[in-house]
Design a binder for this molecule. Structure first.
Ligand SMILES: [Zn+2]
Length: 217
């Protein structure tokens, strides 16, 4: 006989243990929901040295259930929220609304926001993707040094990329940023061989080298 018991609530201590390796300030809402637990699990894939470096550059995060706009207003007080409304005013390049979006990186406040809509399947990681956008922004000097090479990789791998990653054409436009963020996600979610299979060894080595340079720099 299988006994179904109600899932035990996460205690403050358990939550703190989970976030031990995440050195950046983070606001966790709805901590007992599957989507939030999955986000926190995915955070565990990020190297602590990288998060420490990004935190030094101002990285912070909000995790919870719901869309990006709702999460911002729930996490911050109204006055603070007003100073961040710029994010709502920048239209998304693909024409979608922020209200329908569950993941974002807000450059003005250096905040990664990861939410959910309905059931978030395990393994789908908005949170890693958004940390990729954050890395591009926060590692400005390193990214500038590698920009030409990253664009070159985008052009080289272009035919095999998703439509989201192809926005704006090879080597240009918002597609390059999406390619970078997805690659960052894959680098921390997949075994090395799977990454190489999906993209290329050259891209794996370049991205790894770039991250290492940023962490040490
Ligand atoms: Zn993106």
């Amino acid at each position: 006989m299988i006994e179904i018991t109600e899932r035990k609530k996460t205690s403050r201590k358990q939550l703190e243990r989970r976030l031990e390796k995440y050195a950046a300030p983070i606001i966790v809402l709805d901590e007992n929901t599957a989507a939030v637990q999955s986000h926190l699990e995915n955070l565990g894939n990020l190297p602590p040295s990288l998060i420490e470096r990004m935190a030094g550059d101002g990285l912070n995060a909000i995790v919870g259930n719901g869309d990006v706009v709702t999460l911002i207003s729930r996490a911050w007080n109204f006055r603070l929220c007003l100073s961040h409304t710029r994010m709502r005013l920048i239209p998304r390049p693909d024409g979608k609304r922020w209200r329908d979006t569950i993941g974002a990186y807000c450059p003005s406040s250096k905040t990664v926001i990861a939410g959910s809509k309905g059931n978030v399947p395990r393994g789908s990681s908005v949170i890693l993707h958004e940390h990729g956008h954050a890395l591009w922004h926060l590692s400005r000097k390193t990214t500038a040094h590698y920009r030409y090479a990253i664009r070159g990789m985008h052009g080289q791998l272009f035919p095999g990329l998703t439509r989201h990653e192809q926005q704006g054409g090879p080597r240009h436009g918002p597609g390059v940023h999406e390619f970078f963020a997805n690659s960052f996600h894959s680098l921390h979610a997949l075994p090395r061989e799977r990454f190489v299979e999906k993209y290329s060894k050259e891209w794996h080595d370049l991205l790894t080298e770039m991250i290492k340079e940023y962490v040490l720099g």
